[in-house]
Design a protein around this ligand. Structure first.
Ligand SMILES: Nc1ncnc2c1ncn2[C@@H]1O[C@H](COP(=O)(O)OP(=O)(O)O)[C@@H](O)[C@H]1O
Ligand SMILES: [Mg+2]
Length: 609
């Protein structure tokens, strides 16, 4: 006899709602697609025939539309299918499925949780096994607030799974397969429309393309392109509106100049240098397929053939830059594949090792120190488009006498105090309460806890950790980039002045930033400058901007780690794109310096005001 009475469940509804809250809103797409792929695999295994062609289609439930229903999203597969008892066993029971459940495979809570909690009105399962069709309607009962199979009344009997007429069998299902229809939260919901807040009409295709690394051999996943737009029926003989999901591996292989793998600590970093794409006007155009597939530089984690934590767009550029690709990041894709021993969160949005997120910063540092030659060549080719005018010399000359001002000093909470505190040992949290005289609580005084460190408290050494000032040996490199020269990508530092790369000690200045142009225009007008002088004016503005950035970076870097208030995060914030833009907003001194210099350079051209 068993020694244990297994724990059972009280009310399920609130628990499922709770688990659903852990799911991403679009996770049902992944879970239903994955169930379809699993079903195809099981069908092949059962038949011991690997050549059976698998088909998965995301479409609108046209059969119901013909009966006046709103346009609902559905997915159809020609996998193994389910019998009535399969459905009641697997669909109406948590942590239950035909496959094995484990922390690295099925969690047994996939589609049921992700889809049912977003489709209270129903997730309709229609399934054929050996030519016999059945149907069941999973929903959230609005009276009981419980999830479960809605009962059909047939011939005075209640049934949770009913036989289904072949007239509604989707054409791609021959003898077995499954169709799942999503009803949304009420009967009128048009679930084939993009979810609220999704601007991209092709959100579903984009999601699947960006989710799967490789599509299994002999399986086609296709999406009705007109989902979310003016819906168009896929005709029997014309499947063209069905767009295949290609998977990122195929896409990247086709559209890259080079690729490879860098071994990291506990992971592999797979990388691709994308083939450059340009518009008719010659501008770089890596983004035109972005709404269907991550087509420009981006990064993600790869696990069991799926992509997690994908960062695209501006976030993607930032991550790729953090991998050391400071120029040309719109053309580099990096997928980190961790070694064994990781799992995902319930929402399947993140990878976890020992319950913690992946160490991205460490991966990035290792990759930076091991940049593949092909990526280095790309960086160099774009960096060479940045004119590095030799104005650093005069900046260095000007700053030399001020160098002590940029030395790191130790922070003293009390400037009159004598104790040199080591920054690492100081914690924020106000000043300790004043202690009274010899310490121990006097008669009737409040009880005080023992001193920290016990009796060792009287052995604390004054000046034990002396601060060692340092003079910055490296002055940051500042380089002007612009769209026209091909050294800035669209979206990079958009409408911001500059960006700092700590690891490379580099600052990029956005030559397209409108405030620079306004400044040039203002000077030209105010000082009545001849067109021939404008290049000199620009050069002056660039040089003084450079100097301001050098000072700002050296100044903040001198604070880094010197007190608890200036940890890495604080310094990064102080040198963020916004902060650097702030630093360049002072006008008076810049104009003064420019005017003086330009005056000596071009003599009398300036009006003497
Ligand atoms: N399209 C399908 N074809 C065949 N069986 C399916 C299909 N969808 C779901 N099932 C069965 O239902 C089970 C439960 O699915 P699901 O709720 O997604 O949880 P999980 O996939 O995590 O086990 C699956 O394991 C499978 O046995
Ligand atoms: Mg599943």
């Amino acid at each position: 006899m068993s020694q244990t009475t297994p724990m059972t469940m009280g009310r399920m509804g609130p628990h499922i709602d709770r688990m659903g809250a852990d799911c991403a809103d679009d996770q049902y797409i992944r879970e239903l697609t994955q169930n379809a792929l699993d079903a195809i695999r099981h069908r092949r295994e059962e038949a011991s025939d690997n050549t059976i062609r698998g088909e998965v289609i995301w479409d609108i439930d046209w059969t119901a539309v013909d009966d006046g229903a709103p346009e609902r999203l559905c997915i159809v597969d020609n996998g193994i299918g389910m019998t009535a008892s399969d459905i009641t066993r697997y669909i109406n029971k948590l942590a239950s499925g035909a496959g094995t459940l484990s922390i690295t495979s099925n969690y047994g809570v996939g589609a049921k949780i992700a889809a049912a909690t977003r489709n209270h009105a129903g997730v309709l399962y229609q399934s054929w096994r050996d030519g016999l069709g059945v149907m069941a309607h999973l929903w959230r009962d609005p009276v009981q607030n419980e999830y479960g199979l809605r009962r059909f009344s047939v011939d005075d009997r209640w049934m949770e799974c009913v036989p289904l007429d072949d007239s509604v069998k989707p054409e791609l299902i021959d003898r077995c397969g499954t169709k799942v229809v999503l009803f949304g939260n009420d009967e009128t919901h048009r679930t084939a429309q993009p979810p609220p807040g999704t601007a991209n009409a092709r959100w579903l295709l984009q999601y699947l393309n960006n989710r799967y690394f490789k599509i299994p051999e002999g399986v086609a996943i296709r999406v009705n392109e007109y989902l979310g737009q003016k819906p168009r029926r896929v005709l029997q003989n014309n499947r063209s509106p069905l767009r295949p999901v290609v998977g990122m591996y195929t896409y990247l292989t086709k559209h890259s100049d080079s690729s490879g793998t860098v071994q990291l600590d506990g992971a592999k970093a797979h990388w691709w240098v994308l083939t450059e794409r340009r518009k008719d006007d010659g501008r770089q155009d890596m983004w035109s397929y972005q709404h269907v597939q991550a087509s420009a530089g981006h990064a993600a984690a790869l696990y069991q053939n799926e992509l997690y934590e994908m960062r695209t767009g501006r976030a993607g550029q930032n991550v790729v830059q953090a991998f050391g690709v400071i120029f040309g990041h719109s053309r580099v894709v990096i997928y980190v594949e961790p070694d064994e021993g990781v799992t995902t969160n319930h929402a399947r949005t993140m990878l976890l090792r020992d319950g913690r997120p992946l160490p991205w910063a460490a991966y990035q540092e290792q990759f930076r120190n091991n940049l593949p030659p092909e990526i280095k060549a790309l960086i160099d080719s774009i960096a060479s488009k940045c004119p590095d005018k030799d104005d650093n010399k005069s900046i260095v000359e000007r700053l030399r006498p001020l160098m002590n001002l940029f030395a790191a000093t130790r922070y003293r909470r009390n400037p009159k105090g004598t104790q040199a505190l080591d920054a690492d040992l100081v914690v924020p949290g106000g000043t300790p309460p004043a202690t009274s005289g010899s310490g121990t609580a006097g008669a009737g005084g409040p009880h005080r806890p023992p001193r920290p460190g016990g009796s060792y408290g009287s052995h604390i050494k004054n000046n034990g950790l002396p601060a060692s000032p340092y003079a910055p040996d490296k002055i940051p490199r500042v380089t002007w980039v612009s769209l026209a020269r091909g050294s800035r990508d669209p979206g990079e530092m958009e409408d911001k002045a500059a960006r700092y790369f700590e690891a490379q000690n580099l600052v990029k200045v956005n030559g397209d930033f409108r405030k620079f142009h306004e400044l040039v225009d203002w000077c030209v007008k105010e000082w009545n400058l001849a067109p021939t002088v404008i290049p000199t004016l620009r050069q002056e503005i660039e040089e003084w901007t450079k100097q301001a950035l050098i000072e700002v970076v050296m100044g903040i870097e001198a604070l880094r780690g010197t007190s608890p208030e200036w940890g890495s995060d604080a310094c990064d914030r102080a040198l963020s794109e916004e902060a650097l833009t702030t630093a360049l907003m002072t006008r008076y001194h810049l104009i003064y310096a420019v005017k003086r210099n330009i005056g000596t350079k071009i003599g009398k051209l300036l009006d003497a005001t």
